[in-house]
Design a protein around this ligand. Structure first.
Ligand code: SAH
Ligand code: SF4
Ligand code: F3S
Length: 479
């Protein structure tokens, strides 16, 4: 059992850490909503704010689906909402600070709206330090639930709203996989599909294995049914999600489960398939073969490397070397020359020397990433790296990030310049957020494209001729 205090069920990172990594399939059950919950939200409104990765966005869509099944209506206004949900991310301290800032500022909104319920869920809810801080300093938060029990939302919310009692229920063990959860998907032509949950990699800097539990794969039939339903709804792109998609099926006893799932996903006939995130350690060459074989699997690969230094990679527990990463890269480029290749990088890992940072720059020069997400290392309470000695001053880390970003954007600009005058196929998402006079969307290669064209292109796949290129986007016109 989890720790209980005042009826609260609190997270315990120790239990997450010591979980067994046995590769057995998680049991699977189906979601059923209690009759009492069905009309509970009638006439009331909910507001939801989701932070973090696409997996969390997909969870947010499930939460919204549950609330709408309860009769709640969506609102974008915090003051109008009866229930406010903060679906949070714990990956770096800055992400958490933002959430605390926002919840803090809601104290006054809530004062004018008695009965308003504020909920915190997602990855932050799984952290002991966060929940303790909520208990001691954020009385305005009425409900905290974790990533393993979001299907319990109807019951938890009814309890809070009927009894007016603060409720905290965060489990440190995953429980069953729950299928047939309702979903209210975001507008647009793409749809996110979880293929697996959790992560067993335990990279020493990372909080995710603690907040998301062990690796559990959904059943193939459930995944393929979801992709088919996206297609039937007229959606054009399925984005397959997992912290480490290459490990798909291991717990179900499959050999090379991800590639075989990817092929079946392609065979559903949906126009586009993407997948995030791949891990170099589990990478299988058959995945590249499948990408080559099926035109509807997009030719772009996000393969986070984190560092170019073998010593740092070892201390990060990544399970590969810079050379073996280069080999993967060479293999992919050789098999699919036009592939776009993106990555994640961390600078300022505890004790990172100048030479080790230089090794990252060298790797970046070698791989010529189309795009890379770069971060300064952020210590996460309870992870091994947070206990490592770190003598590198914050200033130096910031400088390294700047040097790295300058290098990355120069490379990205060169990669993008090759698109000038070419035609790309863009899934139009609608008017650009920065300039409503142009459309924006992503090409098959996953390039952000802003383009002009006639009315009515939203949610369609459009041929666009590239007329100008930048580091992080391409401009063009529909042809
Ligand atoms: N599962 C994916 C990444 C998930 S988190 C993978 O292993 O590649 C997304 C990115 O956040 C990571 O790739 C890493 O670059 C970054 N990240 C994770 N923990 C971090 C930390 N403590 N500080 C800074 N960046 C971090
Ligand atoms: Fe975190 Fe590593 Fe798992 Fe990615 S693979 S989620 S970085 S522990
Ligand atoms: Fe953040 Fe949790 Fe995703 S920590 S990146 S929301 S898995």
């Amino acid at each position: 059992m989890n720790t209980k205090k005042n009826d609260y069920i609190l997270p315990e990172m120790n239990r997450e850490r010591n979980r067994s990594l046995r590769s057995t399939a998680a049991a699977c059950s189906r979601f059923v909503m209690d009759d009492a919950a069905v009309n509970f939200g009638r006439g009331k409104k909910y507001y939801i704010r989701t932070y973090g990765c696409q997996a969390n966005v997909r969870d947010g869509e499930t939460i919204a689906g549950i609330l709408e099944l309860m009769g709640f209506e969506n609102t974008e206004s915090t003051s109008e909402a009866d229930v406010l949900i903060f679906n949070t991310c714990a990956i770096r301290q800055a992400a958490e600070d933002r959430v605390f800032g926002e919840i803090g500022s809601l104290k006054s909104v809530k004062a004018k709206h008695p009965g308003q319920v504020i909920c915190l869920c997602g990855c932050m809810a799984q952290e002991e330090v966060v929940v303790n801080k909520i208990i001691s300093s954020y009385p305005q938060v009425d409900l905290v639930f974790g990533t393993h029990n979001l299907w319990r939302l109807p019951e938890l919310l009814m309890k809070v709203m009927k009894e007016g009692k603060r409720t905290i229920e965060v489990l440190s063990q995953e429980g069953d996989l729950i299928e047939e959860l309702p979903v209210r998907r975001s507008a647009g032509a793409k749809g996110f599909v979880h293929i697996m949950y959790g992560c067993d990699k335990f990279c020493t800097y990372c909080i995710v294995p603690y907040t998301r539990g062990r690796e559990r794969s959904r059943r193939r039939e459930d995944i393929l049914a979801e992709i088919r339903s996206l297609r039937e709804e007229g959606r054009k792109e399925a984005v397959l999600l997992g912290q480490n998609v290459n490990a798909y099926g291991k717990d179900l006893g499959m050999e090379d489960g991800f590639t075989s799932l990817l092929e079946s996903a392609a065979e559903t006939g949906i126009e586009r398939i993407r997948f995030y995130t791949s891990h170099p350690r589990d990478y299988s060459a058959t995945t590249i073969d499948a990408m080559r074989k099926y035109p509807n699997i997009m030719k772009s690969l996000h393969l986070p490397v984190q560092s170019g230094s073998d010593e740092i990679l070892k201390r990060m527990n990544r399970g590969y070397t810079a050379d073996s990463y280069r080999k993967l890269y060479d293999d992919m480029r050789a098999k699919i020359p036009e592939i776009t290749f993106t990555t994640d990088l961390i600078v300022g890992f505890p004790g990172e020397t100048d030479e080790q940072f230089q090794a990252t720059l060298d790797l970046v020069d070698y791989c010529q990433f189309d795009l890379a997400y770069s971060f300064v290392y952020s210590p996460r309470a309870g992870t091994p790296a947070a206990r490592m000695e770190d003598s590198i001053p914050a200033e130096v880390k910031k400088e390294r990030l700047q040097i790295l970003n300058d290098r990355l954007s120069a490379i990205a600009a060169t990669r993008n310049a090759a698109y000038l005058g070419r035609k790309v196929r863009v899934l139009c998402e609608g008017p650009s957020k920065k300039n409503a006079a142009v459309y924006s969307g992503y090409s098959e290669e996953n390039k952000l494209v802003n383009f002009t064209g006639p009315e009515g292109l939203e949610d369609r796949i459009v041929d666009v001729e590239i007329t100008e290129t930048h580091s992080f986007s391409l401009d063009g016109k529909a042809v």
